[in-house]
Ligand binder design. Sequence first.
Ligand SMILES: Nc1ncnc2c1ncn2[C@@H]1O[C@H](COP(=O)(O)OP(=O)(O)OP(=O)(O)O)[C@@H](O)[C@H]1O
Ligand SMILES: [Mg+2]
Length: 160
Amino acid sequence: MFEAFYELSRSPFSRDVPPSELYESEILEETLGRLEYAAERQWFAVVTGDCGTGKTTTIRRFTEELDPAKFKVLYLSDSKLTPRQFYKGLLEQLGCESKFYRGDAKRQLHREIELMRGIHGLQPVVVVDEAHLLDREMLEEVRFLLNFKRMRRAPWRSSS
Ligand SMILES: Nc1ncnc2c1ncn2[C@@H]1O[C@H](COP(=O)(O)OP(=O)(O)OP(=O)(O)O)[C@@H](O)[C@H]1O
Ligand SMILES: [Mg+2]
């Protein structure tokens, strides 16, 4: 009803605003630029902001704008995420059935990402929304994702 009164074509602040129709604030542009910079370099980036200030919406826009020929976006949003669910969730989005044990699933994910990079030339972009609710163990797991190249090449790791 208020939409008609204010001559709005749709309800404002709905969750499904198309990314192309967002209000283009300076901060949105700046955040998108920084996220792209981080994705290009496969870095770790954290988006912070008060409740309802547009973090998820910014990520939605960011993932929409990424070149699908260069990047594969893996998105998770679960406040109760455990390390096992984390690897399972990412593997599912890569079209794989996760191994049961966490260590196996972790190695499986690293292998899949290597294949995706090597064969399809795609870089992964892992987005964990609501990450402030994750416990420390889970956050460490996210951090370890960035080490996987080093882990793979580590001389003390067996090749089996
Ligand atoms: N740039 C924008 N232009 C128009 N609407 C926006 C913009 N950014 C956010 N919104 C609107 O504001 C609402 C809240 O945004 P969003 O859910 O992204 O915030 P949030 O920071 O992720 O919130 P929370 O802290 O609860 O997770 C959304 O429904 C969205 O429609
Ligand atoms: Mg949000």
